[in-house]
Design a protein around this ligand. Structure first.
Ligand code: NIG
Ligand code: FE
Length: 391
């Protein structure tokens, strides 16, 4: 067992209900788990002691929703949207064509570069979805590539219906041959339940088949308009209903009653000009809320959790501390993550600049690279030195 102590932490952000922020703190991490928290002066002996010298230490970001396996670029779509054009689910086909055309080596290279970009900004746990090949070999290959970087992989064969298929025939493929091929490389199953993608019956069929194959359901729901996706997530006991942009009171009560996590992805509203979800309303109703990037080329091409935190604070009614909790503990609140190694145990940041360094700087100084070091399983590393494929 290896124990690492961080001492002289001016501000330590924790997941403890009673002391979410500790000052002059120390923390001991043993084999990737937080083993002790308290005053810096009382820190127990450890194999390695790191003097943080008045910095701020935060849990690592848990980016619980990304689509990192893709090729191609959709900057022209973004430009058109900024000029007033609406986002439509069909744009996904552009990325499907580019991803199908890319070689496995090229896809692996693109994925590794995006992954490096994300961990260099303080993300210590990342979920990665398939969903840009929409055929058996391509979806399997996407998940295998994602699996080489994270155990948190999601089968999203039901992203949209590919050209040349009817929706019903494609759902049969996704729930049959494609699921059988993909399930060994996935922990989760997802479906885009939205006008232009899959209706509620098709989404139910996909998630139910995934559950029967041992995967845990999650869903893209209520992103582009009011829809049945959130209610379906609650009916099936999904881990998360992601997006939650358009909610009715009944959706909020269902989320609060079932503990399904409402996954908020404000990079999407930023890049599509849809209204931001009302996080305050969800928090006040007792709903568990997570924040993630949704990093993808169509609706949210950002790998920055700090940017998403800043949007949540500026546009969604969250305090900086609530936003940081949603971007760390929120993403880890799921049945599969419970009881496992605390995914956020390893991250650390040291906001610089004049004045007292604080986690508030994440939202207050958007765009400034504030994460200086990350505590990985083996050592305290400068963020820039992090490898492509950490264990
Ligand atoms: O999370 N909503 C579905 N999937 C992605 C968008 C994918 C795309 O436009 O390429 C999302 O927003
Ligand atoms: Fe998404």
């Amino acid at each position: 067992m290896t124990a690492t102590a961080l001492v002289n932490v001016a501000e330590l952000v924790t997941w403890e209900a009673e002391h979410p922020i500790r000052h002059h703190a120390g923390v001991v991490v043993e084999d990737g788990r937080v083993a002790w928290l308290g005053d810096s002066a009382d820190t127990p002996a450890a194999d390695e002691v790191i003097d943080v010298a008045g910095g701020t230490v935060i849990p690592g970001f848990v980016d619980s929703h990304t689509h990192l396996v893709f090729a191609g670029d959709r900057a022209a779509e973004f430009t058109a949207r900024m000029a007033g054009q609406r986002y439509e689910a069909g744009g996904i086909q552009t990325t499907v064509a580019a991803t199908r055309a890319a070689s496995e080596a090229e896809l692996a290279r693109l994925l590794a570069a995006r992954h490096r970009e994300l961990i260099a900004q303080g993300t210590t746990t990342v979920e990665i979805k398939s969903g840009y090949c929409l055929d058996v070999a391509g979806e399997t290959r996407s998940l295998q590539l994602a699996r080489s970087l994270t155990p948190e992989t999601t089968f999203l064969g039901a992203h949209v219906v590919p050209p040349g298929w009817t929706a019903d025939a494609y759902v049969e493929l996704v729930t049959g041959e494609m699921l059988t091929a993909c399930a060994p490389f996935a922990r989760w199953i997802d479906v885009f339940c939205e006008t232009g993608a899959f209706d509620v019956d098709q989404a139910r069929a996909v998630l139910t088949a995934g559950k029967a194959a041992g995967l845990t359901p999650r869903i893209h729901a209520n992103q582009l308009g009011h829809g049945p996706g959130v209610q379906l997530a609650c009916e099936l006991g999904a881990a998360a209903a992601d997006h939650c942009t358009y909610l009715k009171d009944a959706d909020i009560s269902a989320l609060a009653e079932t503990s399904v996590v409402a996954g908020l992805l404000p990079g999407v509203e930023f890049a599509t000009r849809h209204p931001y979800p009302d996080a305050r309303r969800l928090l006040e109703a007792g709903v568990r809320v997570s924040l993630a990037t949704d990093c993808n080329p169509g609706t949210s091409y950002t790998s920055s959790m700090a940017f998403c935190l800043a949007l949540a604070v500026r546009e969604m009614g969250m305090t900086p501390t609530e936003a940081l909790h949603a971007g760390t503990r929120g993403g880890a609140w799921s049945p599969a993550a419970r009881g496992r190694r605390s995914p956020g145990a390893g991250g650390a940041s040291r906001p610089g600049g004049a004045g007292r360094p604080s986690h508030v700087h994440l939202a207050y100084r958007p765009g400034v690279p504030l994460v200086r070091r990350v505590l990985t399983a083996d050592r305290w590393r400068p963020a820039a030195e992090l490898p492509d494929c950490p264990a």
